[in-house]
Design a protein around this ligand. Structure first.
Ligand SMILES: Nc1ncnc2c1ncn2[C@@H]1O[C@H](COP(=O)(O)OP(=O)(O)OP(=O)(O)O)[C@@H](O)[C@H]1O
Ligand SMILES: [Mg+2]
Length: 149
């Protein structure tokens, strides 16, 4: 069966932990391994921090959207911002490329997310924002989300 959740939160880095923990709680019925938990936390941290730092330039009046869907053994994460967008996506995806060396960013977030995902897609338009869709297979399939009472 399919299970889904959506979260909308202010573009503040303090909400990164909320985003990570919400998804980890959401997938907990699948009994993910520690490795899977850590990889998913990393993917979310990188995606959400990009939305906040680059998309919205730390403007906490803006909103970040996070959706998670579990379909059988696959987790699909969607992270959306309606911020600046990316002008040159090919360049942005290159390891060590960053537009914010002043903030000591390493330029590795997109590369890390892609490496840890089974499928990784970015849609972006300058001035319109950025949408990441990440798919990751989990080792176990959920048995049931139904309640017993
Ligand atoms: N949501 C976004 N909105 C606008 N620009 C983005 C977004 N995500 C990424 N970018 C652009 O792509 C570049 C590369 O992103 P990436 O996450 O790989 O590195 P970084 O965020 O600069 O550094 P790190 O993730 O290692 O801290 C960013 O510097 C930024 O210019
Ligand atoms: Mg980044």
């Amino acid at each position: 069966m399919i299970n889904k959740m959506e979260l909308k939160f202010s573009a503040s880095l303090s909400n990164e932990i909320l985003a990570r923990q919400a998804v980890i709680a959401f997938i907990s019925p699948l009994d993910p391994s520690l490795e899977e938990i850590n990889e998913i936390k990393t993917i979310i941290a990188e995606g959400v921090s990009n939305a906040i730092i680059h998309g919205y330039e730390l403007d906490a009046s803006k909103d970040v959207f996070l959706k998670a869907v579990i379909d059988k053994d696959e987790l699909e994460l969607t992270i959306v911002d309606y911020g600046k967008g990316i002008v040159n996506l090919e360049e942005a995806r290159m390891p060590h490329y960053t537009t914010r060396p002043d903030l000591e960013r390493a330029g590795m977030g997109l590369t890390i997310m892609e490496t840890l995902s089974d499928s990784f897609a970015i849609k972006t338009l300058p001035g319109m924002g950025c949408k990441l869709v990440i798919k990751k297979k989990l080792a176990k399939e959920t048995i049931s989300y139904g309640t017993t009472c």
